[in-house]
Design a binder for this molecule. Structure first.
Ligand code: FAD
Length: 465
């Protein structure tokens, strides 16, 4: 046995002695399964995994980590990991997955490790909707800790604006509930700033809304129409009513057989639209975009909320990725021209696509209980996804994403959305997500919750502050 594995075994023994129910070492069956991620470019190599089944398991792991000064990583479902894990204790939250709907209060308590689709499946038979993101595969807790901006976000705001309470185990205080009445400062920080590493969240309770259907879906436009559609999107999106949300993605689609034939191997624009208005009103709002060109595919109509994932049609199978995000103050004709000159048809950049989401509406308003969500003053979010080619992800892809951002620099807004940044944003990304005074407030609260800095957070750099 190497000294490393002797140390890991001693750590595992200490965790079991402290009461952690399922402790796994690299040689144990189930170790790799607990580290499963959506983004296959992530490398999680902890010494030990605590597969949490309860808040007590989490508390035991944090006690041992504090005593032994061992770093801890909280694992969600791996859609937005900003740094690899090397050594230490990883606390997997998959075993905490649960969904409890309270119909009287119209709230749903969701255990960590639960994907949105399980919550959507629970609430929609009751005529209710939850503010999930574009992909129902994404983990609820990671999503909410980063704010959460979904397909109907302009009408309802960030998902973090509709949280009743958060259950979290912190190194300083053990299991605490953060809500408007209990630990309000922590409640402010976790909703939007929660990925900085305050503790391990075990459950969130969020509001559900009486929405059965929306008017929404996607329109795909062929290569020759992309520029005209982008031109129209810049003015149309700026005038959207608060009842409507929209985004557009320009994509170089691979020639995959699972894609509809007209899209295979083509450079296309994908307009995503969702309105919470009546179908007639919504159709009228969308009409100018339908009139720009004849879409290759028009899949917009009345949609049961249970099918919300069809609006964006995000990939559901794990793949390697690197990505980056930026916020814009406006989307002018010049911005579109610039974007098109950088990533037009035939562009040789190793990118899958560039997505532009329209902000504003309720996203611009602080909720009644203010929170740490950033980016409320920005007008658009830009998200750039690199080609899923492992050998390009650390070099050519970040360079290409950097080139897109450099071109868009004249319209750059302050702040970033943490759920839309990636490794391509660079190592100091966290300091640029919020305004400096908000960063300071978050770090002061984080230091109170984790005085010894054992929670690595998304970046080791978090620990130095
Ligand atoms: C296909 C796809 C579509 C997406 N669509 C949207 C969208 O529409 N809107 C949007 O806002 N975002 C979107 N995202 C981003 C996504 O919301 C974030 O990446 C989110 O963090 C994913 O949650 P996760 O469980 O996979 O977290 P992970 O990637 O596993 O974790 C992300 C971070 O959160 C921390 N974390 C996770 N769980 C806990 C916990 N229980 N306690 C403490 N810390 C924890 C981790 O330590 C890590 O630092 C999308 C991502 C993908 C891949």
């Amino acid at each position: 046995m190497s000294s490393d594995s002797t140390l890991s075994s001693a750590l595992a023994d200490a965790l079991r002695a402290a009461g952690a129910s399922t402790v796994l070492l690299p040689a144990d069956a189930g170790f790799r399964e607990e580290l499963r991620v959506f983004n296959l470019h992530t490398r999680h190599d902890p010494d030990v995994v605590v597969a949490a089944r309860s808040a007590e398991d989490v508390a035991a792991a944090l006690r041992v980590a504090q005593e032994r000064e061992v770093p801890v990583t909280a694992l969600g479902l791996g859609h937005g990991v900003l740094a690899d894990t090397e050594g230490g204790i990883a606390i997997s939250t998959r075993g905490l997955a649960s969904v409890q709907l309270d119909l009287d209060d119209r709230v749903v308590r969701v255990g960590a490790g639960t994907p949105w689709k399980e919550v959507v499946e629970t609430v929609t038979p009751h005529g209710l909707a939850v503010l999930c993101g574009s992909s129902p595969e994404v983990g609820v807790v990671g999503y909410v800790l980063g704010g959460g901006m979904g397909p109907i976000a302009r009408s309802y705001g960030f998902t973090a604006d509709h949280i009743r309470s958060i259950e979290i185990v912190t190194p300083a205080d053990g299991l605490v509930v953060a809500s408007a009445d209990s630990n309000p400062e922590l409640f402010w920080a976790l909703r939007g700033g929660g990925k900085l590493g305050f503790g391990v969240v075990t459950a969130v309770t969020l509001h559900a809304f009486p929405i059965e259907t929306i008017y929404g879906g996607g329109l795909f436009y062929g290569t020759e129409d992309v520029k005209a559609v982008l031109d129209a999107f810049s003015s149309w999106s700026a005038a959207l009513p608060v009842t409507a949300s929209a985004s557009i993605a320009i994509m170089n689609l691979p020639p995959l057989p699972e894609l509809p034939e007209p899209l295979r191997g083509r450079y296309v624009a994908h307009l995503r639209f969702a309105s919470v208005d009546d179908a007639d009103e919504a159709e009228e709002v969308l009409a100018p975009m339908r009139a720009v060109a004849t879409p290759l595919i028009d899949a917009v109509g009345v949609l049961p909320y249970s099918q919300i994932g069809l609006i964006h049609n995000d990939p559901t199978e794990p793949m390697p990725g690197n990505e980056g995000g930026m916020l814009l103050t406006s989307l002018r004709q010049e911005t579109i021209d610039t974007l098109y000159s950088v990533f037009g048809p035939g562009a040789q950049l190793p990118l899958v696509g560039i997505e532009i989401r329209t902000l504003g509406g309720r996203l611009a308003e602080q909720p009644l209980e203010p929170n740490a969500v950033s980016g409320r003053d920005a007008a658009y979010s830009v998200f750039v996804l690199g080609a899923p080619v492992p050998e390009l992800l650390d070099t050519a892809v970040p360079q290409a994403i950097g080139a897109v951002f450099a071109a868009l620099e004249p319209w750059r807004a302050d702040e970033l959305l943490i759920n839309f940044v990636g490794r391509a944003n660079g190592p100091d990304v966290l300091d640029r997500v919020w305004r400096p005074e908000v960063v300071e407030r978050l770090h002061a609260l984080r230091r109170a919750a984790d005085p010894n800095g054992i929670l690595a957070g998304p970046r080791a750099g978090v620990l130095t502050r």
